[in-house]
Design a protein around this ligand. Structure first.
Ligand SMILES: [Cu+2]
Length: 299
């Protein structure tokens, strides 16, 4: 054995279990679909699940790389710690290592970039609204109009509209948009006045509602349930109360609901809702509409 007791070959320095972990962990994670959440929502829509997988994958990659870098730093600290007053070998550069530590980060960023673009394309993809006849897969169209301070959900061709302001509506959570599970819901998002944001936490999804701009996106809800949504752009006095919810039900229940609403001409959401087939009277609350929004404790 040499005086230092070290084997100069680096091949034996990398424990086999570490190699197996570094190479095997991503494969295992990808294979058994066990994406760790890291506190994020798994997504109640196909699009939201795609976003979640990207987030989870990015976090896992970051943790593995961060851990690897930490281990390498520790290893370097111990491996090359000062052992004597003898001057260590002096040299200027190590071209292979420099090429390696430039190429590897570029490769990592490139891979993450590709996954990001693919996910964005999946989330932004919209099926043509004529797809119904072609594939037999229904597309439910909902026109969502944001206004100060509420939401209006129109179901074109069905004579159904739901409009509500701030915290009225089911559970004090604004107007409710009803959609079927397992079908493509195509949302056409517009704003009547200022910039608003259509955001549903459980969908991992947010999109601007811009005056003069029409944003179209698809939602494929995969789990029945009621999901809270809210405006995410500060849009005036009652922005914080500009709530809504999305109720996802099975297709037969949705068809029944749609027929019932079309039959009555009103969206029966319970007392306190300004729900009708006529557009909101004004972009801004009328004096009568404003009453419930009077600042608390001033009456
Ligand atoms: Cu808003």
């Amino acid at each position: 054995m040499t005086p230092s007791g070290r084997d100069p070959s680096p091949r034996h320095r990398w424990p086999r279990w570490a190699t197996a972990l570094a190479l095997g962990a991503p494969l295992v994670l990808a294979g058994c679909n066990a994406y760790p959440t890291y506190g994020a929502n798994r997504g109640a829509t196909k699009q939201g699940q795609d976003t979640f997988k990207l987030y989870s994958g990015m976090m896992t990659t970051g943790i593995i790389i961060g851990g690897l870098v930490g281990l390498l730093i520790l290893w370097t600290l111990f491996r090359y710690r000062k052992r004597s007053d003898e001057m260590p070998r002096q040299f200027h550069e190590n071209i292979p290592i420099e090429v390696l530590y430039t190429a590897i980060p570029i490769l990592i960023v490139a891979v993450l970039f590709v996954f990001t673009v693919l996910t964005e394309n999946n989330v932004d993809a919209t099926v043509p609204s004529t797809v119904t006849a072609a594939t037999g897969k229904p597309v439910v169209n909902v026109k969502v109009t944001a206004f100060q301070w509420g939401w209006r959900f129109d179901y074109p061709g069905h004579d159904v509209a739901i409009a509500g302001e701030t915290t009225n509506g089911p559970g004090g959570h604004g107007p409710q948009m009803v959609v079927p599970v397992g079908e493509t819901v195509q949302v056409t998002l517009v704003s009547n006045d200022v910039i608003h944001g259509f955001y549903v936490h459980d969908f991992n999804f947010s999109r601007y509602a811009l005056p003069g701009v029409t944003n179209v996106f698809d939602l494929n809800v995969v789990r029945a349930g009621t999901y809270d949504g809210q405006c995410t752009q500060i849009c005036g006095l009652y922005h914080s109360e500009m709530l809504f919810s999305v109720k996802a039900v099975n297709p037969p229940a949705f068809a029944t609901w749609l027929a019932k609403e079309a039959g009555t001409g009103n969206a029966a959401l319970g007392a306190g809702n300004s729900a009708s087939n006529t557009p909101p009277a004004a972009t801004h609350p009328t004096p009568a509409q404003s009453t419930p929004f009077a600042p608390k404790g001033t009456t």
